[in-house]
Write a protein that binds this ligand. Structure first.
Ligand code: SF4
Length: 183
């Protein structure tokens, strides 16, 4: 196993304390977003990221102590008032360090609103799968994952929803996490 892979697993394991029933966000919920996934989407911006990619556009989202703690029930109420959306995308920060809260929200919007759910992650699909536990459970609730760190040397702004060519848009079979297709 390459060293970077081992380091990534250690980073993924280092989940920060967020009280039960809460999630730490870096900004307000967005609606009518067309650049973070297919269709018209709500976007949830999580706070806290261990990856620290060179060239990251959102370094203010790295610190686990910043942002704002929000009750998950408040998030669900706000999302229920967003009309006309086709889905929800989790952005960051790193959504997978708050996997339990993200999975709860993902399952709710799928069941109650019929939305599809996408997430970005600085971790690869393989790392999330190997780590297992809550991150893998969150992944199994997704329709699509855009995976991998942003690598400045591989920056390619022509790619759909991605910033560098190492990143993949993985379409997933809901409930199993199985990869259906790769862009
Ligand atoms: S994973 Fe995303 S938010 Fe985290 S440092 Fe990399 S580009 Fe920035």
């Amino acid at each position: 196993m390459a060293d970077w892979h081992k380091i990534s697993l250690e980073k993924l394991a280092k989940q920060e304390e967020v009280p039960e029933g809460m999630i730490r966000l870096s900004g307000p919920l967005e609606r009518d977003n067309i650049v973070n996934g297919d269709g018209l989407r709500a976007v949830l911006w999580t706070q806290g990221c261990p990856n620290h990619c060179i060239g990251c556009q959102n370094p203010e989202t790295w610190d686990y102590c910043k942002g704002i703690l929000v009750p998950i029930d408040d998030i669900l109420k706000q999302l229920s008032e967003f009309k006309g959306q086709t889905g929800l995308t989790f952005c960051g920060g790193e959504p997978f360090v708050q996997s339990k809260a993200c999975k709860y929200i993902a399952d709710y919007v799928r069941k109650e609103f019929g939305w599809d759910v996408w997430s970005f992650s600085g971790f690869t699909y393989e790392i999330i799968k190997e780590y297992g536990k809550e991150p893998w459970e969150f992944l199994k609730s997704l329709n699509a994952l855009i995976d991998g760190p942003f690598i400045l040397k591989q920056r390619d702004l022509s790619l759909r929803f991605r910033g560098s060519s190492n990143q993949r848009l993985l379409h997933l079979k809901k409930g199993t996490g199985e990869i259906v297709s790769v862009e």
